[in-house]
Design a binder for this molecule. Structure first.
Ligand code: UDP
Ligand code: MG
Length: 309
């Protein structure tokens, strides 16, 4: 018998735990016929509500359900990694607890693995029900990433992904602290089939991602999968050196031809504030990478476990 493990990161999802189980288990027959057992891991990412209790109730009924509780909220990326470490399956899939990743798509996804793909990823073709400002910035982020990163990061990609054991092991071999899964999935490569589906709005509860949290996460993505901002800093340095040189020549020539009326302090003020602004900005970029490096060399664990059933 082969095993398919589903990994479900949960942060304050008490109302969704049972609903998700009901939906997911509908695939039992399909996979049973293929001699594949199901295994379900709820990764409780430091929920402050009754998420863990809801999962324990399921575990009493069904031995295929497992619970891993973190000691606090470590973020969805940590939950994904923990799930990969725990999953015993020959096939592994991530799904959101809020049913925005429809489990009914699993048979179709599995079909592509049978056709020889190593992983099946999903992306949503629209962003229905999302605030327009958020969609705008999300799109801008993906456009920017396409330009500055060698790793392919798909617009609208969800973390809903089914993959085979070799892909799982490849991802596990990347124990970096600053995790940006959408980039990691692209980076490891393998043959990936993309499925598209219409955005589904969250069933119960509300989104855990504020605009600010998403913004910080996008910086994570940029620093983790591109060093272009560093090159930009160097480019600005070269640019201003050349500009300054041209300026010097200009002033010397002007002095020789017209003499030197003392004027021009407004332009001086503008130039100084522009250049110091650019300098601080470039220092900030450097600081971002330094901070990431700092967190990385500390080698802190990606998550801490409070309870495992
Ligand atoms: N999640 C998590 N830890 C967090 C934030 C979110 O495990 O710190 C989980 C959450 O419970 C859900 C999934 O990640 O199962 C996606 O979160 P959400 O639905 O809030 O994001 P959205 O779909 O709005 O992008
Ligand atoms: Mg959601």
């Amino acid at each position: 018998m082969k095993v398919l493990s589903a990994i479900v990161p949960c942060y304050n999802e008490e109302d969704n735990i049972a609903d998700f189980y009901q939906e997911f288990i509908k695939n039992e027959q399909f996979f049973g016929e293929k001699e594949i057992e199901l295994e379900l891991w709820y990764i409780n990412d430091g929920s402050k509500d009754q998420t863990a209790a809801a999962v324990r109730k399921l575990i009493e009924k069904d031995g295929r359900v497992h619970l891993l509780s973190f000691s606090r909220n470590f973020g969805k990326e940590a939950a994904i990694y923990a799930g990969l470490e725990k999953a015993k399956g020959d096939y592994v899939v991530f799904l959101d607890a809020d049913l925005q990743d429809p489990p009914s798509l699993l048979p179709e996804m599995f079909g592509y693995l049978e056709k020889g793909y190593d992983s099946v990823a999903t992306r949503r073709v629209n962003r229905k029900g999302e605030p327009p400002v958020r969609s705008f910035f999300a799109r801008a982020f993906y456009r920017l990433m396409r330009k500055i990163s060698q790793t392919e990061i798909m617009d609208g990609a969800r973390d809903y992904r089914l993959m085979t054991r070799p892909v799982v092991d490849a991802i596990l071999s990347m124990p970096e602290y600053n995790r940006f899964s959408k980039g990691i999935f692209g980076w490891v490569g393998f043959e990936t089939k993309w499925l598209e589906f219409e955005n589904i709005e969250r069933k119960k509860g509300e989104t855990k991602w504020s605009f600010w949290k998403l913004f910080i996460y996008s910086l994570e993505g940029i620093t983790a999968f591109s060093t272009a901002p560093l090159a930009f800093a160097a480019f600005m340095g070269v640019f201003f050196c050349v500009a300054a040189f041209v300026f010097i020549v200009f002033i010397i020539v002007r002095k020789l031809i017209f003499g030197d009326p003392t004027s021009g302090w407004p332009s001086l003020v503008c130039i100084i504030s522009l250049i110091s602004g650019v300098q601080l900005f470039c220092l900030g970029i450097l600081g971002q990478y330094l901070a990431k490096t700092y967190m990385e060399v500390k080698r802190r664990p990606i998550y801490l476990v409070k309870e495992e059933i």
